[in-house]
Each structure stands twice: as structure tokens, then as C-alpha cells.
Design a binder for this molecule. Structure first.
Ligand SMILES: [Zn+2]
Length: 958
């Protein structure tokens, strides 16, 4: 032994060198990469200069109110994955993001922020100004969140439904529907507040405890029976009445029908006073006590058999009929027969539509009964009308019972007074006029999943006309004028195009800023004093439903759009409103394909809610919480990885456990990439790359696996099945790369001389795989992919991974014939690994390189087939032109391998599987201090007495 410092042979190995960190440091690094994209003008250039066709995924506008939640993340990241894939594939995928800015929630938000006196003195214009400012504020907040997630879009030119150009385009859509005869004015019951003389939206109602209504049971005398029923009833048909129950006696003057449920059982009962009453069979006995009379069943019939009974109104000179209502008629209370006043209830209105009943509404704005209410005219429905009507019922013998009734009842949130249902004039789109065209258009669209088609088809087939007017201030006005004396409507091509131009120039505020003279076009302006501008605004679904005109056509994108992608509730919402307007105006759907996703739930399948404490805030997931130990900053890529991992065709879970698993997968992919990068630090492709045909079998197999991955992932992205990509990516990184190729490659990469073809060929493969891996993950893990690209240790032509384009594999790489023999050997490798593992567990062996292995094939006649297959695989390996790499001992990570023959060592472990005997023994020779192989030639060099001949040769290279 000499006293000199021993040489550290570790320094003579080719170790990893890369600045690409093991940890993402996402909070810092992701914004840096986003800044790089901005500097390169990447999205703008690709989306405009790409050589391929225009691809239009049209953004459904989120509502401009509130913080972003994971539902937003699922939606926008799915869209971004699709757009980034399209950009990589050379398409011009411009994504114009949108916001829905009008409507009640924002109006209420503004009103709630005001003091009572401010609210009282608020002009419509002042309210609109505040709502406008609020919406823009919210848009900026949400936009910043979307950008942080790495979403690419026209962020500087989003579409807002409050933009002038958008409002003008929307008026254009409305105008074309008017001119085509699809828009009409009609009555519809709405929540009405007599105390503030206005219609109210659901959100403006409150339901205080303790509201008591005067409920009455009343008998409406039958005057005519359908023949079949008459013959069944015989004598019981005499003095028959239908029994109804109501908590709003003031609506009785508006009664135009009595509705029954077709599927319920009803019975005609004798009352013992010579009278017969018709009630629901299930309620008969409870009604006996409520009404204080015996009800002896005479005949039981189905509700559907009651249709057509004619009864006389007990208080007014008219007759009406029994009609079939719907499932809203139950036996929970009342009589099972429902007093129907189409002007005063939504169910009544809908039933009335089926039977073409008039929308009678004998109540004025203040809640006073009108002349149409006959003797009750002038009474107030919330004050004296009920009492007078109950008295009148009693006088004519129609009152069966009366009782105070406590129930939930809507009050005006501002005046704290009760509201009523009252039919008012509203604007409708007549769906009947283009229903067939809409159904045909639905059939021409590709719905993903296919069940979406049935959903929207059923909804469009069964829906009523679309009420598009709202009595609100924060919206696009319905640009109509009413004659001050006759009420005649002024709405034609001249007024529409004039208003459209005014909106395009000034925005829809102009409707409130100017008087009629300044809003009417030339021929009408002169007679402006005769006209009064309307005060209704449009349903916000009409706003967003016009986006195909306001955005897609306006910005020169594909119309119909290639894709709409939203939550599955939009069959009822945006998919439908967009379809209806587009079909009404242009006769076809605004989209070629519609993809839907489910909703986000927690890990137990529950809704996320503050009270359950199970909300995952995407901002915290990405940027970390206050306590970063507890809530680390995982980065946008982990959020994006989650989106790619879920089968979004159903509802998707997210919770802390899932986030941890995703972070693990993220780390695996990152560390795989880091390993590839770290081993390429001295690789110059032009100088060092080995041509494909000179690569060993192992390398050619790795490239075949890569080609197969590109194939499958390309298909996964085309079918929007990102979860398959997520699985394939993990499998590729963990199994093909880490467990097999890189595991075997360690010796080639570290131990061989830097310039040895054994190492250069491996580096060639690493480079080819790495660049493609970066491309394949780029749509999902966009930051990691770019980080890889920026850390490539050799020169590349493209400044960004996104400029490289979608990965492809040369035809030569596709060698599926390499897989069967390789799979044979990998199975053998697994068998040997199990033996080595059991030796390690028993303490008889340390590292696998301490082992030598003997194989004996054909030891089990019953398994001759598999043994033959392995023999063929070994022959294949044997035939390789690159024995220094295609070497079974190296592949098994043992120091020596022997096939057949006499086995010298002391057998530590032995197993027979599939006709192969595996014996493990300690390797002979001693351990090389540099490569850790056990060799017989250690010490042959005096300069390096602890090294094997191979290592000495590496060190002594010139
Ligand atoms: Zn060695």
C-alpha cells in the first residue's frame, strides 16, 4: 500500500450534468417560461402563420363574476390542450376567449354594494356604468388566472358581450329573426311586485317565515260530461261538481280550466247531501275531515278519462273544461284537481298553451282587479279581493271549506311586501317557426359523447317558445318603440339597422342616453313624440347565443366553428341558445362538433362546498397556500396534468390525495426528462449521432417503442381521450424508459469512454426520444416541455418546443418485429430479477452485479413452446452486430451469464419457470472499483490495480 491519495474513479465516470432541476420550482419557472413565449410572440405567430388550415374552437363565455374555481380549470385547460395540439400540428388555431358580462347577478352585485339612498336615486345609466366597471374588473381577475394556467389565447382582444361591436352583431341577429317573423310579443306570467310595480327575477325574491294565505276548497258545478263517463255515472251525474283548492282566491276570476293528472285515480263521491264531488281517490278520506262531510265513493276513474268535462264558473257567467295538466299535480295537498289560471302561474300557463287557453290576467300593475274580473273590479288582490271572493263563493253555495294556510310565499326583496304571479307582455322567439330546421341541424352535428345528441334533441323537440325579454337595466335593450296611444309596435328593417349602427358606434348605453327623436331613423324621427322606446332588455342567453355572429364571423374564424366544448349542462344553455339563433338566421348549427365534460366533485363524489371544507382552490394548488408546507405550490402543470388524467365524459373527482398522486406522476416524468438531458451534456448531434442502421437492437427497440407511443398518443389527442395519453405517458416513462432502457443503459452511459460508440449510440437514442417526449407532453405539460427545450445542451433550430411541431417518427423506426423477442427477454429479465431479489432479501447477495447467472432452456417438456420462443429470442440477440451493447449479461445487470454447461458457483437460488431454469451464484473474480463489475482481470494494470481491463482501457485512451 502506498501512502498517496487514492484516485477517485467516480470522477472518471460520465456523470449527469444539467441545469434542469429535479424540482420544478414552478412558482418562479412557469412565469419565466410564459414570459419567453410572450417575447417570442409564439401563440400569435403560430396561430396566424402556421401552414395548415384554420381551426376554430369557439370559447363559451364564463360569467364575469367571482373567483376562478376548478370547474373553470377543467373547461379552459381542456380547450387549451386541444388548441395547443392543433397549433403543434400546424393548424391556425386562434382562440378568442370570451366573457358573458350582462345580466342580473352583476346588476344585483352592484345594487347590493350601494346604500339605500344611493340605490333609490340611481339612474339606469349610472347603474349601467357601475355594472360595466364591475364586469371589466372581474374579467381582468379571471383573465390573470387563466393566463397563469398557461392558457394561450387572444388575451389582448377577448370578446366581451358588452363590447359595442358585439352588441351591434347581437342586434343584427335579433333583427334578422324579427324580419324572418320569428319574434313576437305575448303574455306570460312573471313574478310581479304590486308594491314596486315591476317584474322581479327569482334572485330578487325572499321567502320570509310565517306567511299565511286564506285557502279555500270550492265546488265548480259540472254542466256536461263526456258520453262514456256519463253512461258510467248514471244517477251520480246529477248535481256533480269538481272540487278544487286554492291559496289565492283572488285568482278565481281568472280561472279558465281545472287540470287533472292523467295517471292519478279519481273518484266520484256522494256527499250525503244529495250532491256528488269529484276528488282524487287518495285524498278522499282526508278530505272527509277537512270538508266535514262523508264522501262515499260511487265510481273510480283515471284522470285521463276526465278530460272534456264542462263546468260552470261559480262566480262568473262562463263555462270551462277539465284538462290534462302534468306531473305537477299531486296528492300531497288540495283535491288532486287544480284550479288553472294561465295568467297567474307558470304551470297553468304551460297547460294553457297546450289547450290554447287565453292568458287572462284581470289584474293591473298595482294589483287591482280590472273590469275583466266582473263584480270584483277595483278590489286589490293583496288586500280586499280575497275576502270578497270567499264571501261570494259562500253565497252561491260553492264554498266547501276555508282555512288559513301557512306556506312559503315570495316577497319583494326591496319593499318586503308579497308578490304575485301576473301575466305581462313579453317578447318571444317562436321556436315553432324553426323547430324542424333545428332538429335537422342537430342531426348534422357530431356530438361527443353521442348521448349529448339525444339530450339536446329531446329538449329542442319539447321546448316552448323562448321568452327573450327581461325587465332589467344591465343588458342589451330590445330595440323597439311603442305607439304612445295605440301601443302599436315599431320594429322594422329601417329601425333595426339604424339602432344597430348607433350601437356599433356608441354602445347600447345610447338607448338610455338619447330620446326617441335621436334614436329613430329619418322617416320616423319627425314623429318621434308619438313613440316611446321600450325598457326591456334581452335574456343574457340571447347575448351569449349570438357569439357565432359577434365573434366567430366577426373575427374571420370558421363558421360553423370546428368545436364547441362546455359542461354538459349547456345542452340546456349555450349550446341550445347558439343553435336556435344560428338556425333561425342561417339555417344551420353554429358548430360542427360539440364536446361536453362533466362537473368537478371531491374525492368522495360530493359537490365542493365551503361548508364541507372540501374545496380545492386552483389558485392555491398552483401558487401554494399561506402555509407552503401544507399547501405547496404545485404549479400550473400539475393542474393541467389533472385535467388530462380524468375521464371527463362523467363527473370528475379532485382532492388532496389525487393532487399528491399527480405530483408523483409529474415528478416521474420530470426526472425521466432530467436523466435524458443530463446524459446529453457532451453530445453534439452533428458530430456524435449514430445512424439508425448502425444502432444496436436495444436502441432500435427503444425507437420502435417511441414510434408506437407517438402513434397511440396522436390518436388519443385526435379522439380527445387525454386520460389515455396520461396512462401511456406514465407507462413509457416508468416501464420502457426507467425500468428497461435506462436501467440497462447506465453502464453504457457512465462507464464507457465518453466517445465510445456504445455510449454515443445510446445518447443518439436519448436525444431522439427526449425531443419527441417534449413534443408529446407539450399540449398538457406545456411548461415542462418548454423547460426541457430550453435546457437542451446542444443547438436546435427552433427556439421553442412549439415551433418544432407535433412529433413524428421516421418510417424506419417502425419495427414491430423487434417486440416479440424483446418481450421474451424482458420476461426472462423479470424472472432473474425475482431470483436476485430473493437472494438480496436473504442477505446472500448485494448489488445484482455481484451475481452470475446460469440459464438452462428446455428443462420442462410441457413448456417446450415458451422455451423455444426464448431460444429464438436469444438467437436473435446473439446475431446482433453490436455484441458490446446487445449483451444479455448487461441487460440482466449481472457480471456473468452462462447458458447451459456446468455451473461453477455455489448456487444461491434456483427456479424453473416456463421451461427455463435460472441459477444464481456469487460472481467469481473481484469487484472493479470503477464499474463495480466482478471480473477476473482486476489488477492487471499496475497504474490502476483496482480496475478491470475494460476500465483501464477507458482511462488510458489518448
Ligand atoms: Zn471496470
Amino acid at each position: 500500500m502506498t501512502a498517496s491519495t487514492p484516485v477517485s474513479y467516480k470522477d472518471t465516470l460520465n456523470l449527469l450534468q444539467t441545469a434542469f432541476g429535479m424540482r420544478a420550482n414552478a412558482k418562479v419557472r412557469e412565469p419565466e417560461l410564459q414570459a419567453l413565449w410572450a417575447e417570442l410572440d409564439l401563440y400569435e405567430r403560430l396561430s396566424q402563420d402556421n401552414p395548415g388550415p384554420v381551426f376554430t374552437l369557439h370559447d363559451g363565455p364564463p360569467y364575469a363574476n367571482g373567483a376562478l374555481h376548478v370547474g373553470h380549470a377543467l373547461n379552459k385547460i381542456l380547450k387549451d390542450i386541444i388548441n395547443k395540439t392543433a397549433l403543434l400540428q400546424g393548424k391556425r388555431a386562434r382562440f378568442v376567449p370570451g366573457w358573458d358580462c350582462h345580466g342580473l347577478p352583476i346588476e344585483l352585485k352592484v345594487l347590493q354594494g350601494l346604500k339605500a339612498e344611493e340605490r333609490a336615486s340611481l339612474t339606469p345609466l349610472a347603474l349601467r356604468e357601475k355594472a360595466h366597471a364591475y364586469a371589466l374588473e372581474q374579467v381582468e381577475l379571471q383573465k390573470a388566472g387563466f393566463e397563469r394556467w398557461g392558457i394561450w389565447a387572444d388575451w389582448d382582444q377577448p370578446y366581451l358581450t358588452l363590447h359595442k361591436s358585439y352588441e351591434a352583431a347581437q342586434i343584427g341577429v335579433f333583427g334578422q329573426m324579427v324580419l324572418a317573423g320569428h319574434i313576437y310579443r305575448g303574455l306570460k306570467p312573471v313574478h310581479w311586485s304590486p308594491s314596486s310595480r315591476t317584474a322581479l327575477a327569482e334572485a330578487e325574491l325572499e321567502y320570509p317565515d310565517g306567511h299565511v294565505s286564506p285557502s279555500v276548497y270550492a265546488a265548480f258545478p259540472v254542466v256536461e260530461l263526456p258520453a262514456a263517463l256519463a253512461s258510467q255515472l248514471g244517477d251520480a251525474a246529477r248535481d256533480l261538481a269538481v272540487a278544487i283548492w286554492t291559496t289565492t282566491p283572488w285568482t278565481l276570476p281568472a280561472n279558465l280550466a281545472v287540470s287533472v293528472n292523467a295517471t292519478l285515480d279519481y273518484c266520484v263521491c256522494a256527499t250525503g247531501q244529495g250532491r256528488h264531488l269529484l276528488v282524487a281517490a287518495e285524498l278522499r278520506s282526508s278530505l272527509e275531515s277537512t270538508l266535514g262531510m262523508t264522501l262515499t265513493p260511487v265510481l273510480q276513474v283515471k284522470g285521463c278519462d276526465l278530460e272534456g268535462i264542462v263546468y260552470r264558473h261559480p262566480l262568473l257567467e262562463r263555462t270551462s273544461e277539465v284538462v290534462i295538466g302534468g306531473d305537477y299535480i299531486t296528492t300531497e295537498s288540495g283535491t288532486g284537481l287544480v284550479h288553472t289560471a294561465p295568467g297567474h302561474g307558470v304551470d297553468d300557463f304551460n297547460t294553457g298553451r297546450k289547450y290554447n287557453l287565453k292568458v287572462l290576467c284581470p289584474v293591473d300593475e298595482a294589483g287591482n282587479l280590472t273590469a275583466e274580473a266582473g263584480p270584483f273590479a277595483g278590489l286589490n288582490v293583496l288586500k280586499d279581493a280575497n275576502g270578497a271572493i270567499i264571501t261570494a263563493l259562500r253565497e252561491v253555495g260553492a264554498l266547501l271549506a276555508e282555512a288559513p294556510y301557512e306556506h312559503r310565499y315570495p316577497y319583494d326583496w326591496r319593499t318586503k311586501k308579497p308578490t304575485i304571479f301576473r301575466a305581462t307582455e313579453q317578447w318571444f322567439a317562436s321556436v315553432e317557426g324553426f323547430r324542424d330546421a333545428a332538429l335537422q341541424s342537430i342531426a348534422a352535428v357530431e356530438w361527443l359523447p353521442a348521448s349529448g345528441r339525444n339530450r339536446i334533441e329531446a329538449m329542442v323537440r319539447e321546448r316552448g317558445d323562448w321568452c327573450i325579454s327581461r325587465q332589467r337595466t344591465w343588458g342589451v335593450p330590445i330595440p323597439v318603440f311603442y305607439h304612445r296611444t295605440t301601443g302599436e309596435v315599431l320594429l322594422n328593417a329601417a329601425t333595426l339597422s339604424h339602432i344597430q349602427q348607433l350601437f356599433a358606434e356608441h354602445g347600447s348605453d345610447v338607448w338610455w342616453q338619447r330620446d326617441e327623436a335621436a334614436l329613430l331613423p329619418a322617416p320616423y324621427a319627425a314623429e318621434a313624440e308619438q313613440w316611446r322606446k321600450g325598457t326591456d332588455t334581452m335574456d343574457v342567453w340571447f347575448d351569449s347565443g349570438s357569439s357565432w355572429a359577434g365573434v366567430v364571423k366577426e373575427r374571420g374564424l370558421n363558421y360553423p366553428a370546428d368545436l364547441y366544448l362546455e359542461g354538459s349542462d349547456q345542452h340546456r344553455g349555450w349550446f341550445q341558445s347558439s343553435l336556435l339563433t344560428s338556425v333561425a338566421v342561417n339555417g344551420h348549427a353554429p358548430y360542427k362538433r360539440v364536446l361536453t365534460h362533466g362537473f368537478t366533485l371531491d374525492e368522495k363524489g360530493r359537490k365542493m362546498s365551503k361548508s364541507l371544507g372540501n374545496v380545492i382552490d386552483p389558485a392555491v394548488l398552483v401558487e401554494g397556500g399561506k402555509n407552503e408546507k401544507q399547501d405547496p405550490p404545485y404549479g400550473a402543470d400539475v393542474l393541467r396534468l389533472w385535467v388530462s388524467s380524468v375521464d371527463y365524459s362523467a363527473d370528475v373527482p379532485l382532492g388532496p390525495g389525487i393532487v399528491k398522486q399527480l405530483a408523483d406522476v409529474y415528478r416521474k416524468v420530470r426526472n425521466t426528462a432530467r436523466y435524458l438531458l443530463g446524459n446529453l451534456h457532451d453530445f453534439v448531434p452533428e458530430r456524435d449521432a449514430v445512424p439508425y442502421e448502425q444502432l444496436p437492437l436495444l436502441d432500435q427497440w427503444m425507437l420502435q417503442r417511441t414510434a408506437a407511443l407517438i402513434n397511440s398518443v396522436t390518436g388519443d389527442f385526435e379522439r380527445y381521450e387525454f386520460y389515455r395519453f396520461f396512462q401511456a405517458l406514465q407507462n413509457f416513462c416508468v416501464v420502457d424508459l426507467s425500468n428497461v432502457y435506462l436501467d440497462i443503459a447506465k453502464d453504457r452511459l457512465y462507464v464507457s469512454g465518453a466517445d465510445d460508440v456504445r455510449r454515443r449510440s445510446c445518447q443518439t437514442v436519448l436525444q431522439l426520444v427526449l425531443e419527441r417526449l417534449a413534443g408529446l407532453i407539450a399540449p398538457v405539460l406545456c411548461h415542462m416541455a418548454e423547460d426541457i427545450w430550453q435546457n437542451l445542451p446542444y443547438a436546435v433550430a427552433e427556439r421553442s418546443v412549439f415551433e418544432r411541431g407535433w412529433p413524428s417518427a421516421p418510417e424506419a423506426w417502425r419495427r414491430p418485429e423487434l417486440e416479440p423477442p424483446m418481450n421474451q427477454i424482458l420476461e426472462l429479465r423479470a424472472l432473474v430479477n425475482r431470483q436476485l431479489e430473493s437472494c438480496r432479501a436473504g442477505g446472500s447477495l448485494g448489488a445484482s452485479l455481484e451475481a452470475q447467472v446460469q440459464l438452462e432452456l428446455g428443462v420442462d417438456a410441457a413448456a417446450a413452446g415458451s422455451s423455444d420462443a426464448l431460444q429464438a429470442a436469444l438467437d436473435w440477440l446473439q446475431s446482433s452486430a453490436h455484441p458490446a451493447t446487445d449483451n444479455l449479461a448487461d441487460w440482466l445487470l449481472v457480471s456473468h451469464l452462462q447458458i447451459g454447461g456446468a455451473f461453477a458457483g455455489e448456487v444461491l437460488s434456483e427456479a424453473v419457470e416456463a421451461g427455463v431454469r435460472v441459477r444464481v451464484a456469487k460472481a467469481s473474480g473481484s469487484k472493479c472499483e470503477r464499474c463495480w463489475h466482478y471480473e477476473g482481470d482486476i489488477g492487471s494494470s499496475s497504474a490502476h490495480p483496482s480496475l478491470c481491463g475494460r476500465c483501464v482501457a477507458v482511462l488510458e485512451q489518448p
